[in-house]
Design a protein around this ligand. Structure first.
Ligand code: ACO
Ligand code: OAA
Length: 467
């Protein structure tokens, strides 16, 4: 009785959802059989065979020992996940499907007149391992523009948020609410076969990425009072549209920055907080909106994506305290006072990297080209010359070098996007690319529910009592 009641209420809910969708102005007009989806459909059987072969040959082999310290120490270095889009080397930094950032900058298609890679191409690369053609990338831009509208209830939800609610909380709320129209959730309720999971996951992922500029733009304009949101232009690329929705579409430098920014922040292998959270939540067959909403809540932490906001706050506080054009001695003293106050120097250190983050270097090169004389850029350079030495002297941080977040805020500030509380939203727009690509593959390869084993301290004491 209870189960028939609950299935009736699920049925009613899905009927009213369908009625709502018909009545709302939301509709997906995108190409359903895109070239990207067709290419994936060709690649999936090959990858299934490849994984089967790897497991048959190596499945029973050990990957090394696990130390008790790793359980207490945030699982550093623990081999625990499969993530195909990118791999992080401690010294060299990230490679997207085997390609470094400079290689991606060289090989991926560009906008006419532009010199930074289009993130559409990066998404294609993350998903297929292949560099797309200009035409394939242009089709993706059009597809995303066609899917960009957000349901009116999500617009209302955002419009009702108090401007004091952090932009990342608003972002996560809106992305989670997109689950209302999830193709995967609907297909699951309709009894889709496991073998078909990847199809609606692909559609949801494409919708997710496509709708992020409208969500980000609406949050920005609501919170910072920047006027009415313009429409998406189907003839423009994703980054150009994002820039337009934020009010910077006429600034070609900012548009180029968005292309670079979204490309380099997209993916950082699978163990970082936002990527792993998305994969974990997706493993329960929560749809991509629920999974990526969870990713965003992780990205919103100050030790992860929020560090780009923290860097700017820290720089501003420094300037208030010691003035602009401060001497090296004054900057050093300020850095030491941060450490002595028991705080971290934001933008420095990393859980895996042991050298300067190549994403930092890519942004520095962008700055050298577009804003070489900017005083904040010069301050970032001054800090780069001083902080690693101080962190080494302090003796705790395993990596004294800057990460991606040490540089991004200064570039945004230069172009007039000065509201630092918004910075992590842009990181989130980009991170959707990497998380979505892996969610699609996880469903295509039948990745199981994640459920590692945990231990209590008492259990560890007992295990090693007589050893
Ligand atoms: C996109 C990204 O997520 S990139 C990272 C963004 N985050 C930041 O920039 C925040 C500043 N950096 C940090 O807090 C750290 O370096 C993290 C969180 C990124 C990495 O953490 P871990 O892997 O634990 O670093 P590590 O093993 O080097 O930490 C050892 C000690 O050095 C400290 N440490 C590490 N980096 C810093 C730093 N930038 N400033 C001060 N202390 C630091 C740690 O807090 C830790 O102290 P504890 O022993 O008192 O707990
Ligand atoms: O790799 C990490 O742990 C953090 C990071 O730089 C990212 O997620 O971009």
């Amino acid at each position: 009785m209870a189960s028939s009641l609950s299935s009736r209420s699920i049925l009613n809910a899905s009927k009213s959802r369908a009625a709502w969708a018909r009545s709302s102005r939301f509709s997906t007009t995108a190409t359903k059989n895109s070239a990207l989806k067709e290419r994936l459909a060709q690649l999936i059987p090959q990858q299934l065979e490849r994984v089967k072969a790897v497991r048959a040959e190596h499945g029973a082999k050990s990957f090394g020992e696990v130390k008790v310290d790793q359980l207490y120490g945030g699982m550093r270095g623990l081999p625990a996940l499969i993530w195909d889009g990118s791999v992080l080397d401690a010294d060299e930094g990230i490679r997207f499907r085997g390609k470094t950032i400079p290689e991606c900058q060289e090989l991926l298609p560009k906008a006419p007149g532009g010199s930074e890679p289009l993130p559409e191409g990066l998404f294609w690369l993350l998903l297929t391992g292949e560099v797309p053609t200009q035409e394939q990338v242009a089709e993706l831009s059009k597809d995303w523009a066609a899917r960009a509208a957000i349901p009116s209830f999500v617009e209302e939800l955002l419009d009702r948020c108090p401007p004091t609610l952090h932009p990342m909380s608003q972002f996560s709320l809106a992305v989670t609410a997109l689950n209302h129209d999830s193709a995967f959730a609907k297909a699951y309720q309709d009894g889709i076969s496991k073998k078909e999971y990847w199809g609606p996951t692909f559609e949801d992922s494409m919708d997710l990425i496509a709708k992020l500029p409208n969500i980000a733009g609406r949050i920005y304009r609501n919170v910072f009072g920047q006027g009415k949101l313009p429409a998406i232009d189907p003839s423009k690329d994703y980054s150009h549209n994002l820039a337009t929705l934020l009010g910077f579409g006429d600034n070609e430098g900012f548009v180029e920055l968005m292309r670079l920014y979204i490309t380099i922040h997209s993916d950082h292998e699978g163990g970082n907080v936002s990527a792993h959270t998305g994969k974990l939540v997706g493993s329960a067959l929560s749809d991509p909106f629920l999974a990526f909403g969870a990713s965003l809540n992780g990205l919103a932490g100050p030790l992860h994506g929020l560090a780009n906001q923290e860097v700017l706050l820290w720089l501003r506080k420094m300037q208030n305290k010691i003035g602009e054009n401060a001497s090296d001695e004054a900057v050093k003293e300020y850095v030491w006072s941060t450490l002595k106050g028991g705080q971290v120097v934001p933008g420095y250190g990393h859980a895996v990297l042991r050298k300067t983050d190549p994403r930092y270097t890519a942004q520095r090169e962008f700055a050298l080209k577009h804003l070489p004389d900017d005083p904040m850029f010069k301050l970032v350079g001054q800090i780069y010359n001083l902080v690693p030495g101080i962190l080494l002297e302090a003796g705790k941080a395993k990596n004294p070098w800057p990460n991606v977040d040490a540089h991004s805020g200064v570039l945004l500030t230069y172009y007039g996007l000065t509201q630092m509380q918004f910075y992590t939203v842009l990181f989130g727009v980009s991170r959707a690319f990497g998380v979505a690509a892996q969610l699609i593959w996880d469903r295509a390869l039948g990745a199981p529910l994640e459920r590692p084993k945990s231990y209590s301290t008492a259990a560890i004491e007992k295990i090693f009592a007589n050893k």
